[in-house]
Design a binder for this molecule. Structure first.
Ligand code: NAD
Length: 460
């Protein structure tokens, strides 16, 4: 088969599976149980052929084929302890990984360095932290304070931008914990691949906010405005765009205007509660997006380059292929996309990369559940924004392009630990253990299979 043809076939297979996944067929427990039962039958019905194939490939004896391939698969699925391991001490030991590197962004330049640092320290690691050079003052302060307070033997701050970070990454680490943009994440992964270093990626994306069905408009506007314009929209979990009907949009706009005035006064530029854009580079990027949009600015739009200021801005009549929908906005600009149905909104979300957070504002709990079940995102929150990530009882992290792995609370501890599977065994039951030694016989095999059966466990 030509390689182009093969690629077409591959694409077809992937597409087929993706559409099955989207249909939701794999979700019901009954389906999953049935498939696993079928897999079990596959092993049982075809044992002879499996043994034959393994012999053809490796001259694997039937005995080894059964205990190490066929029955082990079964045991892994059912997770049982067999008779021959009953006297062993089996446990998971959480061990520190070693020397780990934490790379932080500029938007919450302290919290996003220190929260992972707490997890890394509590798991027992030595840590290098690399603050963002863009938030220069925090970078400098962190570099001054950490050595004053923490053991200088165990914890260090390395400063610098892209070049220094790439230099730093040439060293071997036991884990890299990176928070930042998707583009830079690719360079981090490339560097990590040299030493096969495991990586946690805390990235961003476009977090949708559905506002649908019966809704308390005033509360919705207040919570939306708070979540969007907190830190001037420079939050990885800020609502990036709103999905709602035309009627909802028309009801929301006056409430958003009123809320903005309440929060930031009639002259937001003079209001100390509204932060600025971090750098001129980012200010230019945001202004370029505003320049390119085919949507209509209906709230805000004012800006001041010298002051790195952009007013809280709302844009309507935004199409799915608009410039504002092409990348994460990460600033105080809120596009509103109008949809005719909930399904249309769900389809828009599912056509994009999986977001870090997904919000649904609605009084109708069945509607909230429907969006939750039909989409995927790092986190999910109804009737508010950002708040879900402040709870230590919930893991915080992305899925797919919005990140790999998670932290906060015990999830942070797990991220920076190795779960070492340990088995402490003595010398007892040697006759029983002897069943697995050569010379192999059918008798030994049936005894061994019996000892691994759930029935045998029940007699101990
Ligand atoms: P960034 O990727 O530009 O920078 C992050 C870090 O990487 C900085 O320390 C920087 O010095 C370093 N860096 C930059 N370029 C590099 C390169 N070429 N090679 C190696 N290192 C490099 O990200 P940012 O602009 O600081 O942060 C914004 C992004 O971070 C947004 O996408 C946002 O969504 C995301 N973010 C995610 C989370 C989260 O928890 N998931 C939190 C905050 C921000």
């Amino acid at each position: 088969m030509a390689s182009g043809e093969r690629m077409d076939n591959h694409r077809e297979v992937v597409e087929r599976l993706r559409s099955a996944f989207r249909s939701g067929v794999t979700i019901p427990e009954q389906f999953r149980r049935a498939q696993l039962t079928k897999l079990k039958s596959l092993l049982k019905d075809n044992e002879e052929q499996i043994v034959k194939a393994l012999h053809e490939d490796l001259a694997k004896p039937k005995f080894e084929a059964i205990i190490a391939e066929v029955d082990l698969l079964d045991a892994a699925g059912v997770c049982r302890q067999n008779l021959a391991t009953k006297l062993d001490d089996c446990f998971v030991r959480r061990e520190p990984l070693g020397v780990v590197l934490i790379i932080g962004p500029w938007n919450y330049p302290l919290q996003l360095l220190l929260t992972p640092l707490v997890a890394a320290i509590s798991a027992g690691n030595c840590v290098i932290i690399k603050p963002s050079e863009v938030s220069a003052a925090t970078d400098k302060l962190v570099a001054e304070l950490i050595p004053k307070y923490l053991s200088q033997d165990c914890y260090a701050v390395v400063r610098g931008g892209a070049e220094e970070t790439m230099g730093l990454l040439q060293n071997r680490f036991d884990h890299i914990f990176y928070t930042g943009s998707q583009n830079v994440a690719r360079s981090i992964l490339q560097a990590a691949s040299i030493h096969l270093t495991p990586v946690t990626l805390e990235l961003g994306g476009k977090c949708p906010c559905f506002i649908y069905g019966r809704v308390n408009i005033t509360s919705a506007a207040r919570r939306l405005v708070w979540a969007k314009f907190f830190n001037a929209g420079q939050s990885c979990v800020a609502p990036d765009y709103v999905l709602c009907t035309k009627a909802m949009r028309d009801a929301l706009l006056p409430a958003i205007r009123e809320t903005l005035e309440d929060f930031y006064s009639k002259e937001p530029q003079k209001n100390a509660d509204l932060p600025r854009i971090v750098s001129l580079r980012h200010w230019n990027r945001l202004m370029e997006l505003l320049g390119k949009t085919s949507g209509k600015v209906v709230v805000g739009g004012e800006s001041d380059r010298e002051d790195k200021y952009i007013a809280p801005t709302v844009v309507v009549d935004v199409a799915e292929d608009d410039a504002l929908m092409a990348e994460e906005i990460f600033g105080p600009i809120l596009p509103i996309l109008t949809i005719e149905s909930l399904e249309e909104g769900i389809d828009i979300i599912n056509r994009k990369e999986k977001p870090l957070a997904l919000y649904v504002f609605s009084d109708e709990s069945s509607l909230v559940t429907r969006v939750m079940e039909k989409t995927s995102s790092g986190g999910f929150c109804s009737n508010d924004g950002i708040i879900h990530m402040t709870l230590p009882g919930l893991p915080f992290g992305g899925v797919g392009a919005s990140g790999w792995g998670s932290y906060h609370g015990r999830w942070g501890f797990e991220t920076f630990s190795h779960q070492r599977a340990c088995m402490l065994r003595g010398w007892a039951l040697e006759r029983l253990n002897g069943l697995r030694y050569p010379p192999y016989t059918d008798d030994k095999l049936s005894w061994l299979r019996w000892t691994a059966s759930p029935k045998s466990c029940s007699i101990m």
